[in-house]
Structures are given as C-alpha cells and as structure tokens.
Design a protein around this ligand. Sequence first.
Ligand SMILES: [Zn+2]
Length: 85
Amino acid sequence: MAKVKSKFVCSSCGYETAKWMGRCPNCNQWNTMVEEIQEVKGNRRVAFSHSTKVTGSDIKAVSITNVKSEETPRIETRSKEEILE
Ligand SMILES: [Zn+2]
C-alpha cells in the first residue's frame, strides 16, 4: 500500500517542516510554506527490514516485535508473516 506523506517546503529558502506554518522559521518570510505530497511506496530496501515494514499496519509491526522478544525464533516469526501476506 502506498503511504502518502506530506511536508511543507519554504518556497523562499527551501526549509522543510512536517506541519504547516504561517511563517518560515528559517528565513522569517510569511506564507512561503508550500505543501508537497510525497507518496512513499513499498520500498524494496525497506521491505527487507522487519522493524520498518509497515505495509499492513503499525499495530502488526508492534505485535511482531513482542512475539519476537517473548517467544522464539526469528525464523518462526518471519514465516508467519509471510503466510499472512
Ligand atoms: Zn524560508
């Protein structure tokens, strides 16, 4: 699933922030923050890492982590995950 993330970039100095601001904190210009939408797709590199694999939901990622520390093998968790998908 594609994850859409937006950020705000100052059109004057290029300062980036996660939330909109009326005034750029970097160059102090008003109304220069422009929203930019970034679509973060299932990045191959990210997909190999369990901790950052949030294609399903964040909740799922958390539960996997718990299982991993309480129970056993990483391999077990991994195969379970593959079946789920
Ligand atoms: Zn600026």
